[in-house]
Design a protein around this ligand. Structure first.
Ligand code: ZN
Length: 309
């Protein structure tokens, strides 16, 4: 695959309540909402993007808030933990902030020598903050969150799988190297891309299958620089026997999708053109942006979407 994969691009999950989701990611975690648009296949549902100032690939958590969606059930065959990178020494701040605001699931531990704080999202989503070197990344600040503690982007993600070898082989094919093992967790890392370079595979042979719902990750997207690289990656995957979708225009990136061994849905997304292609960086995420085909129906669409704040 010629080193085309550049780490995580974004992670997309599902939520129940849009307003609650927006408040949690912007006010509690202090991320910037970098895009307010709709699900391109279902324009009565928002697609909300949260990240750093620019929505830099490797920092972008996105949500489909489906309204009264039942919660998902954690299990194998999914991204089990979405992991944010935070500056070294900041976990005490986050423990206090999240605890005093009633965030559930708080637990401090360490994986492969890295201190981390696990916590739950509003729909029981599984998250962790991992102390990490900033590597030039700058957090979005505000809502009481300063540079020294702000979320830098993703550290990585942990997949939960009944059997991890086949997914590990796919990661290796994508350019990841197996770097460490601790208990049931095998760590993979990719060099030469962004700082969201870690994927941990947790093998749980006896666990039951996950069931998708609110709080579940829908898919994980890996970054490629541009459409040319994406074309080459798509061809390599097809040649290896993966069933890959055609290239889909998502306005802010181009996307292809395929199912990884073990059940996780993978996307390969381009770093181009980015979130500033239809609004100024200073005002990212403020106005409702619609893909061209829905623009004639803006009034109707807006009437059906809930207020976010
Ligand atoms: Zn995606």
């Amino acid at each position: 695959m010629e080193n085309h994969i550049k780490g995580i691009h974004h992670i997309t999950a599902m939520a129940a309540d849009a307003k609650q989701n927006n408040a949690f990611f912007t006010q509690m975690l202090g991320l910037r909402r970098v895009k307010k648009t709709v699900n391109f296949d279902s324009p009565d549902v928002y697609h909300l993007y949260y990240g750093d100032e620019h929505g830099t690939p490797g920092s972008v958590m996105t949500y489909f808030p489906f309204g009264h969606m039942p919660r998902g059930t954690r299990g194998v065959g999914e991204v089990g933990i979405t992991e944010f990178a935070v500056p070294t020494g900041s976990l005490g701040y986050w423990q206090d902030r999240l605890a005093s605001n009633g965030v559930a699931g708080l637990r401090e531990d360490s994986v492969l020598g890295e201190p981390r704080l696990a916590f739950d999202g509003p729909d029981g989503d599984s998250f962790a903050m991992v102390e990490s070197d900033p590597e030039g990344r700058t957090p979005w600040t505000g809502n009481g969150i300063v540079d020294e503690v702000g979320i830098l982007g993703f550290h990585g993600a942990r997949f939960r799988l009944r059997e991890a070898n086949a997914a590990g082989e796919l990661l290796a094919f994508m350019g990841y190297e197996k770097v460490a093992t601790e208990g049931a967790v095998t760590r993979y890392r990719i060099e030469g891309g962004n700082a969201a370079r870690t994927i941990d595979l947790e093998e749980l042979p006896q666990a039951s299958a996950s069931r998708q719902g609110a709080g579940s990750v829908h898919h994980i997207a890996f970054a490629v620089e541009d459409r040319a690289a994406q074309t080459e990656v798509r061809k390599s995957l097809l040649d290896t026997g993966y069933q890959v979708t055609p290239v889909i225009d998502r306005d802010y990136f181009w996307a292809i999708y395929f199912r990884a061994p073990g059940g996780v849905l993978f996307e390969i997304a381009t770093n181009e053109p980015g979130f500033d292609q239809d609004e100024d960086t200073a005002h990212l995420g403020e106005a409702l942006k619609l893909p061209e085909r829905y623009r004639p129906f803006r009034g109707e669409i807006e009437a059906h979407l809930p207020e976010l704040a």
